[in-house]
Design a protein around this ligand. Sequence first.
Ligand code: CTP
Length: 410
Amino acid sequence: MTDLSGKHIVLGLSGGIACYKAADFCRALIKAGATVQVVMTEAAGQFITPVTMQALSNRPVFTSQWDARDAAGVANSMAHINLTREADAIVIAPCSADFIAKLAHGAADDLLSLMCLARPLGTVPLLLAPAMNREMWAHPATQRNLAQVQADGATVFGVGKGFQACGETGDGRMLEPQELLEDLVAFFQPKLLAGHHVLVTAGPTYEAIDPVRGITNLSSGKMGFAIARAAHEAGAQVTLVAGPVSLPTPRGVTRLDVKSAQNMLAALAEPAQAATVFIACAAVADWRPTHAADQKIKKDGSGQTPQLQFTENPDILATVAQSPRAKSGALYCVGFAAESQDLLANAQAKRLRKGVPLLVGNIGPATFGQDDNALLLVDANGATELARAPKLVLARLLIAAVAERMRARA
Ligand code: CTP
């Protein structure tokens, strides 16, 4: 199973230089398991040929309402109706300022706009990836039209910021193909945590010995980042407090980078006041050197090794779980347990020790740095195994399990 398997996407291209990105986006959709039917305006054909899009989508491309074929090449004069009837979504990428204006007015003078107007409103969502010069984007007419198409039910993806093909710099670039894909995949996920604010910790912490050395662990942060992404996909506002890892931030997630356990605890203080769910996935170092040296510790040639002393770090999860908001039920806390053996017994004991309703056990050495994992969900009612799967798949299941338990408590 891939993220879009079974989904049929009608990919519409309107005229703009970002058409070159649409080729890559089409490939990304197909790699993610979707079938793709491309429809292009005449203006889009000035930037990229239908032959390119046909080769990438492996289907004939439609450009005219007077084209009398259907997708199988059979005579049919109702392309504007038939092309959308099996679609799970129409995605217009790039969506030009002119095309947004047409949508806002219900204009239907070419196949693509005709198709958008004739789509079944209740079952075929319309998603737009705007692409234009920054002045066009900022123009009140464009913003008015965007507000109108959203009021009419369309979903508008954001735009990128930066250098534009026209030589200017600002808002209005089309999102990159992988960003669009992530937003589209998120669009299809059930909104189980709409209205919630999820706070997630991820990655290792780093405890300094001196300015160039420190103690850390093998946590890659992948599980925590997958949970943050899954929570965002489920409609939540998400804050991710990340130890030192070099992973990209999931789309739509607010990220706070920290180093040490003490930094992590401090960074959580404010978001924990608004969060409704806290998921402590970070592999927090249990101890830190009591005194981090100001200067690099040098060998003095005597063969003597430095004498390090350690202080126990604050238990972040237990601290948050003891806060008044958590105790009153306003903040649902989920812990992780990285074990090397006796997963069930250790996870059950840790759940009680940390004072959390749900604890997620995993075998640390079998998962640190990997793209997949296996989880054991332990709560007051017993344990549920989530079999080995990619971390994003497990993260979505975990978010569903959290949502279900929160519903049951309400
Ligand atoms: N945790 C935390 N602060 C710490 C240590 C752990 O918030 N100082 C959290 C982790 O994020 C995780 C849970 O507590 O959600 C369990 O972490 P784990 O490393 O498995 O257990 P420890 O509490 O460190 O206990 P032990 O080392 O004895 O297994």
